[in-house]
Design a protein around this ligand. Structure first.
Ligand code: PHE
Length: 437
């Protein structure tokens, strides 16, 4: 057997996992879902889920991946040969990867379109109303969104074919820090607009009367989606992590960076939303109708708009790569296909689904809802139950304490994955199907 491809450095692991986590989920989805779910209260619940469930599930995935040295599908066979039930996580993960990547590639296609518009300087002379109409016209048209989603999927496939070290790691390492910088500049500009205060209030002042079962479920789904957890993407990366790396450190830092970027995206967007009179609950177009207005008010707006959309595109790519990688790992590890063939097959299937999402927006919504609010949290429960009840504490200990970690970390982690996370997610589900009144 050939040696499993692996990340060459610690920064490579963190950068690749952060590359998976940071993407449209932070910059496109977080602000729009927050806007639809009442603002500050959603934000607090989201943060609570990131810390209490997100980080532990991410760590669980890293443990599963590294311990099994296998993709999520084979992982449970290696780790717990007697219990075949958990293989359902792999199946759900591959299904989630298909669903997510099909709508993700549509939104990424919008990003390609906006990159092209920004380069052609076609966003700069528009009023806020014109920018809304522009987005509306484009996103409801047919051929351009389809064309750009195909372009995006082939870019993704190109990176995945290159393999882990040459593809994923190399791109993620250099580009994420640049994106970070641009978002900070956008935050500063947005905060200085007149009327910005309202945006800060919306984002940071929780109105607890807005909390409903649905808001809690959306916050949970967004936490899973944003961290890329619950479907094996992080586990697949975990299988490329060398024994000497500290997994606790990786899980915590990736989650923190991911959350920071989402918060910064919120700070960049909501002050501008209120300053330009855009509806905070405008839905999936929110980022695309809001940000060009900020660029238009900035010195060097042309440069920043081009740079921003290019980098957002790259952030989307480093995430879509991890999604496609789940499918490719399944095709290659389980079905013994060659990497090239697996990538091409996966890509073509995703494109077909993506085209359906463009033609039927209801399908787009259904895929988005099912994957983030159902499949990922459900996968998350199973992953934590597996770590908590089936893998065995001594093995977990070996993985997470190899670097002299504190006993208390292990104990808290075990209580969360054994009891807290499964019960919390189950309660959120039960509330939403009316079982808790
Ligand atoms: N976390 C990614 C983002 O925020 C999306 C993603 C979800 C990637 C699930 C992999 C798995 O854009």
């Amino acid at each position: 057997m050939s040696k499993r491809d692996s990340f060459s450095s610690k920064f490579g692991v963190i950068a690749a996992a952060a590359g998976s986590a940071i993407g449209l989920g932070n910059i496109w989805r977080f602000p729009y879902v927050l806007g639809e779910n009442g603002g500050g209260a959603f934000f607090l619940i989201y943060l609570f889920f990131i810390v209490s469930i997100g980080i532990p599930v991410m760590l669980s995935e890293l443990v599963i991946g590294r311990r099994s040295q296998s993709s999520i599908f084979g992982a449970f066979k290696v780790l717990c040969p007697g219990v075949s039930f958990f293989q359902v996580v792999g199946v759900m993960g591959v299904a989630a990867a298909f669903l997510i990547l099909s709508f993700y590639s549509v939104v990424a296609g919008w990003t390609v379109e906006y990159t092209v518009l920004a380069i052609g300087n076609q966003l700069s002379d528009k009023t806020p109303e014109q920018l809304s109409v522009l987005f509306q016209d484009f996103s409801t048209s047919l051929w351009r969104p389809i064309f750009y989603l195909v372009v995006f999927m082939f870019l993704t496939a190109g990176i995945v074919i290159g393999g882990v070290k040459n593809g994923i790691e190399r791109y993620a390492k250099i580009l994420m820090p640049v994106l970070f910088l641009i978002i900070i500049i956008l935050c500063v500009k947005s905060a200085s607009l007149s009327g910005a205060v309202e945006g800060f209030k919306f984002l940071f002042q929780p109105d607890f009367s807005k909390i409903t079962g649905n808001v809690v479920l959306e916050a949970l789904g967004q936490a899973f989606f944003s961290l890329s957890i619950g479907m094996g993407a992080i586990a697949t990366y975990g299988s490329y992590v060398q024994k000497k790396e500290n997994l606790v450190h990786a899980a915590v830092s990736v989650s923190m960076v991911d959350t920071l970027i989402a918060v910064l995206a919120g700070v960049a967007i909501f002050p501008a939303v209120f300053a330009f009179n855009i509806q905070p609950d405008a839905g999936p177009g929110l980022v695309f109708v809001t940000l060009p207005n900020i660029f238009n008010q900035m010195g060097g707006g042309y440069f920043f708009s081009v740079a921003f959309f290019v980098l957002l595109l790259i952030a989307a790519l480093t995430s879509s790569v991890s999604l496609l990688e789940v499918v490719v790992a399944y095709f290659t590890d389980e079905l013994k296909m060659s990497r090239k063939y697996a990538t091409l097959l996966g890509t073509i299937l995703m494109i077909v689904l993506g085209v359906f999402c463009v033609i039927y927006p209801k399908l787009f919504d259904a895929f988005e809802w099912t994957s983030s609010n159902l499949l990922l949290p459900l996968g998350g429960i199973l992953i934590s139950v597996f770590i908590g009840w089936f893998l065995g504490k001594d093995k977990v200990k070996e993985e997470i304490e190899a670097h002299g970690g504190k006993v208390v970390i292990l104990n808290v982690f075990m209580v969360i994955v054994k009891i807290f996370a499964p019960i919390a997610v189950a309660l959120v589900f039960m509330k939403n199907i009316g079982l808790l009144g």
